[in-house]
Ligand binder design. Structure first.
Ligand code: ZN
Length: 459
């Protein structure tokens, strides 16, 4: 039997005529099993672009997979959304809001990381008065988890537009009506991401495996100092600053036939491929689907890690559940018409699936260079004569921060800054992330390094 061509024609017609399609329903389910208790998640189905106006609603779903403690995961869960929203200009329309979102996500991730770092450093410096206290404090910091870090996969759904920002290795996949599964995130694992290995090495880090007795190398590739297997995260204040919080961001627009997102920590993805996860729960309501994905991961690998899964269905309002039957031929045609292959040259991994389907790709950028992510056009506050920092949004006199095209005075031995205004604090962070400044925390002795390494042997 020939596949139905009418829905595609309708879809095409609507796209071409730009007919307003009714808002979709967003239905979701969550399931989790804890091994270490370091996974956290955020579900905010009722956010509003304009407070008090339900017409401007959008939803946020996020997973935070913490390591070496829970502080960073909790801090990010509590602060990231607010920091992202504060970086979006006020009084703009929906289209402008969606366009501003990728940049605001970058600013919000970096701001959250700086705030967490400062929180840890204050307690560190407060106690750090002599060498004895230094070691006592380091132990204290390690025990209290102030040096913890977290992956973040942060999803914003506004009608049919899905924007995903991620650091680390918690993935978000999209299963469309065509039965094609695409990856909306990039894995920031040193083992699998050659481009990130190059970046970390160029910024002053060393990438290698752990040496155990007898000189044998074991485990995945890690970066030193610190011994982390991830190349991006929020937190990890005891690790080199080249472990950056700058997220990969991808924005897609679904067709009005909708789609399903599966957002999960690596406890799922170490056990299941994207296809397996999508197939294991097709045709089931979101709540049940999330439980089934976790069960399937457990069946194939056992409970080796924290395992958290969010399933989010974006469904046409006239259609209460997602149909489970793939429409392969229709999908192939529509991906030719709408989809384009992932164009970014950065952060390709062997696991990356080509982003085709009944999906329009609006934006994708994964660069770890702040100037490439923030643009240049952050305006001066004309009332006060102050510049607003593009990352943390504080106002500062131009002379104290870093303005567009600041020369070597601000960044010795580097090309002029081509990004927007940054305050003194955020400029320091930018330089550190690019390997242009040494942090005291990086100057660890061999003993301290080994103490740090020991923690990662268990993670
Ligand atoms: Zn700032």
């Amino acid at each position: 039997m020939k596949p139905p061509l009418v829905p595609l024609a309708t879809l095409l017609g609507r796209e071409l005529r730009n007919v307003k399609v009714e808002k979709p329903f967003v239905k979701f389910g969550q399931a989790a099993l804890a091994k270490k208790g370091e996974d956290y998640f955020l579900i905010k189905p009722d956010c509003e672009r304009v407070p008090g106006n339900p017409e401007t609603s959008f939803s946020v779903f996020a997973i935070f997979d913490g390591h070496n403690g829970i502080s960073a995961a909790i801090f990010a869960k509590e602060n990231l959304l607010g920091n992202v929203l504060s970086a979006i200009p006020q009084g703009i329309n929906r289209e402008e809001w969606l366009q501003a979102l990728p940049r605001a996500l970058v600013a919000g991730f970096v701001k959250t990381d700086i705030e967490f770092q400062q929180k840890g450093m204050y307690s560190f410096l407060f106690h750090h008065t002599c060498i004895l206290f230094y070691f006592i404090t380091l132990s204290f910091v390690l025990m209290t988890g102030e040096t913890s870090g977290t992956t973040v996969t942060f999803v914003v759904i506004d009608e049919w537009t899905v924007t995903v920002a991620s650091v680390g290795d918690s993935r978000c996949i999209l299963d469309t009506q065509g039965g094609v599964v695409s990856l909306l995130t990039v894995d920031h694992r040193l083992e699998e991401n050659a481009e990130e290995r190059e970046r970390v090495t160029a910024s002053g880090g060393e990438v290698g495996r752990l040496n155990v007795f007898g000189g044998n190398e074991v485990g995945p590739l890690r970066c030193w100092p610190g011994g982390l297997c991830l190349s991006r995260s929020i937190g990890d204040t005891d690790v080199g600053e080249f472990i950056v919080p700058i997220p990969h961001v991808k924005q897609v627009k679904l067709s009005n036939s909708g789609g399903r997102l599966v957002i999960a920590s690596d406890g799922i993805w170490d056990a299941l491929s994207s296809d397996m996860a999508a197939k294991s729960c097709r045709g089931l309501p979101a709540e049940l689907a999330a439980k089934l994905v976790v069960k399937e991961a457990l069946r194939s690998r056992g409970l080796k890690d924290d395992t958290t899964c969010l399933v989010v269905d974006i469904i046409p309002s006239d259609q209460p559940v997602l149909p489970s039957t793939p429409m392969k031929k229709q999908n192939a045609l529509s991906s030719f018409l709408f989809g384009k292959r992932s164009q970014t040259s950065t952060n390709k991994t062997k696991n990356k699936l080509s982003a085709v389907g009944v999906v329009e790709e609006l934006f994708e950028e994964g660069s770890a260079i702040l100037a490439e992510r923030l643009g240049k056009d952050f305006p001066m506050n004309t009332n006060s004569g102050l510049f607003k920092c593009a990352v943390c949004q504080v106002d500062q006199p131009p002379a104290e921060g870093l303005t567009v095209n600041s020369g070597p005075f601000f960044s010795p031995a580097s090309k002029p800054w081509e990004g927007p205004f940054l305050c003194t604090n955020c400029r320091k962070k930018k330089d550190a992330m690019e390997g242009k400044s040494l942090r005291s925390a990086v100057l660890l002795t061999n003993l301290e390094q080994r103490m740090v390494c020991d923690r990662y042997l268990v993670s």
